[in-house]
Design a protein around this ligand. Structure first.
Ligand SMILES: *Cc1c(COP(=O)(O)O)cnc(C)c1O
Length: 400
């Protein structure tokens, strides 16, 4: 079978809910992936930051294989000997004392929303079914019905109603908007430290810290969606650490498994997590020993290979280099650590054709929104490989 055969097979039997680049990947190792024709590419997306540790990291692979030989699933009807270790590790690196494991990122966000609402009624004393959660325009938090209910992306919602009520939407990065939106029924402010899917939007310096103060003054929870920004991507273990913020809860996913397996979690202060009683919430696969063993190894790799530090240093280096490119297409280069967006002018004709051209140069990138190219390589990348990528990016941005 060749590339076209695999594409035809997917198109014949699959749902049409994605628009992938036409590269059929067969294998990966570190920052590199190979397609079915044997062509090699530098992966500059890292599966939306799920592969921060690099593809098929040997240490995570070993943990997975060893655990798979022993036991994979117990369900939470029984305990297992790996889950507590994952809790402890997550708690230690985040500073949040309590952990609730799920599978996908969207489920972690759903869990956060349930915790927020129950906290609103049982701790804050908001009247039944009146709790409001403030979110930001241009957010992304997953694809469930409740989560798309507070999306401002028309396509995400169109045709999927009736939607879930209880959300109030404000502009991102605007602290006065947050102040003005709070009412006695506000339970939480749920926000991404940097909007990833929204186009790598970095809020003004001090925004999260100011949001924390506003939340504290009003007895409103600050819950951060760190699914994309967390786990070393932006140059700290979590993005909230750049401003010394202490959130009441965070969601994590993606790189929590280094790309081996869907693993997510909601982490919170005791006052928030303690609202859950047996039977309130759960998941058959959430917290299974295979997932927990993988997560422990994935977190160990982040810490022991200093990947946050690496993301910070190489991110600064790379971003400065990108800013030297003289291209009529580039409107702005922005980001933090190795989460970088290059926004193109509308006249450039969309980021997609640049991603197609980069693919032909041996680099896999994906447009986010229409006009932004996202650069988010695995954090194990070397400076040499960044230089290699830079030359290709410069070529494509100046010749296309
Ligand atoms: C990817 C992402 C999610 C959703 O995660 P899934 O595993 O795709 O459900 C939620 N929030 C943010 C910020 C994300 O980037």
């Amino acid at each position: 079978m060749n590339t076209q055969d695999y594409i035809n097979l997917e198109n014949q039997y699959g749902a049409n809910n994605y628009h992938p680049l036409d590269v059929v990947i067969q294998k990966g190792d570190g920052i590199w992936v190979w397609d079915v024709e044997g062509r090699k590419y530098l992966d500059f997306l890292s599966a939306y930051s799920a592969v921060n540790q690099g593809h098929c990291h040997p240490r995570i692979l070993e943990a997975m294989v060893e655990q798979a030989k022993r036991i994979t699933l117990t369900s939470r009807a029984f305990r297992n000997d790996k889950l507590g270790l994952m809790y402890k590790k997550l708690s230690e690196i985040s500073g949040l004392p309590k952990v609730l494991p799920m599978n996908s990122g969207a489920e972690a966000v759903e869990t956060a929303i349930k915790a927020i609402r129950k906290w609103a009624y049982t701790v804050k004393g908001i009247p039944k079914d009146q709790a409001e959660i403030i979110v930001c325009e241009n957010n992304f938090a997953g694809r469930t019905i409740t989560i798309i209910s507070f999306s401002t992306e028309q396509q995400y919602k169109e045709g999927f109603g009736p939607l879930t009520p209880g959300f109030k939407i404000i502009p991102y990065g605007d602290i006065d908007a947050l102040k003005n939106a709070i009412t006695p029924n506000t339970a939480a402010f749920l926000v991404e430290p940097i909007q990833g899917e929204g186009g790598i939007i970095v809020p003004p310096e001090g925004y999260l810290k100011a949001a924390e103060e506003v939340c504290r003054e009003n007895n409103v929870l600050l819950v951060l969606d760190e699914i994309q920004t967390g786990l070393a991507r932006t140059g700290k273990m979590f993005a909230f650490m750049h401003e010394g913020v202490q959130p009441d809860g965070i969601t994590v996913g993606k790189a929590l498994s280094g790309g081996f397996y869907p693993i997510s979690a909601f982490l919170a202060k005791e006052e928030v997590m303690d609202v859950f009683k047996p039977g309130d919430h759960g998941s058959t696969f959430g917290g299974n020993p295979l997932a927990a063993a993988i997560a422990v190894a994935a977190l160990d790799v982040l810490v022991e290979e200093n990947l946050a530090e690496r993301a910070r240093e190489l991110g600064d280096y790379f971003m400065n280099k990108l800013r030297t490119i003289e291209s009529k297409h580039v409107k702005e280069v922005r980001g933090k650590g190795l989460l970088i967006g290059v926004e193109l002018y509308p006249e450039a004709g969309g980021a997609r054709r640049f991603c197609e051209a980069l693919k032909d140069e041996g680099m896999l990138c994906k447009e986010t929104h229409e006009h932004v190219i996202r650069f988010a390589p695995p954090l194990v990348i070397s400076q040499n490989d960044i230089d290699w990528a830079f030359e290709r990016i410069q070529k494509v941005l100046t010749t296309l």
